[in-house]
Design a protein around this ligand. Structure first.
Ligand SMILES: [Zn+2]
Length: 176
């Protein structure tokens, strides 16, 4: 699996080292995450095996309408593929009996030939990463328009993600 380092990684490494100092198990927890392997929560688009016709011109002339369309072939712009996947695990720390979440986000694009971990953190449950899929979707939608189905699917993923986090928090609070 190819992996192109991204500039934010050195910062992530720094953050992880800080977290490890406070929380010795952080790296162990992060090692268990595998968003792209599990694909439990993911958002994005994929024009590479789309059944809808898309522009295949070698030098497309794209009109930047609401739906960017090629002026030559009148078909919608080819976006390639882009997938953001999310994974999270919870952990109650022995020392303070507090609930923590370890989570990461993996971005990949076969058409652009990259896969990268864009974010990885261990956080106290008071800072649980609610709406994380939404945040990534909003940024990605600024680059390319998404279809109604892609947006609906992303919203659903965000709901499932939030519900999952909330259920863990509820169970933890009930158990105390
Ligand atoms: Zn075209």
């Amino acid at each position: 699996m190819t992996r192109i380092p991204c500039p934010s990684e050195s910062w992530d490494d720094y953050v992880i080292q800080q977290e490890r100092a406070n929380f010795p198990k952080a790296s162990e927890l992060l090692d268990k995450l595998d968003a792209y392997g599990h694909l439990t929560w993911f958002i994005g688009f994929n024009d590479t095996d789309s059944e809808e016709p898309v522009c295949e011109c070698s030098t497309p002339d794209i009109a930047q309408n609401a739906v960017p369309t090629c002026k030559l072939c009148k078909l919608v712009e080819y976006r390639g593929d882009w997938l953001a996947s999310f994974d999270v695990i919870s952990h109650v720390n022995d020392d303070d009996d507090e609930l923590y979440f370890a989570y990461h986000v993996v971005i990949n694009s076969d058409s652009s030939n990259f896969i990268t971990t864009s974010e990885q953190r261990v956080v106290h449950y008071s800072k649980a990463p609610f709406n994380l899929p939404d945040q990534y979707a909003i940024v990605a939608m600024e680059e390319y328009p998404w279809s109604v189905e892609e947006v609906e699917s992303a919203l659903k993923t965000n709901d499932h993600w939030n519900n999952h986090l909330q259920a863990i928090i509820d169970a933890y609070q009930l158990s105390r």
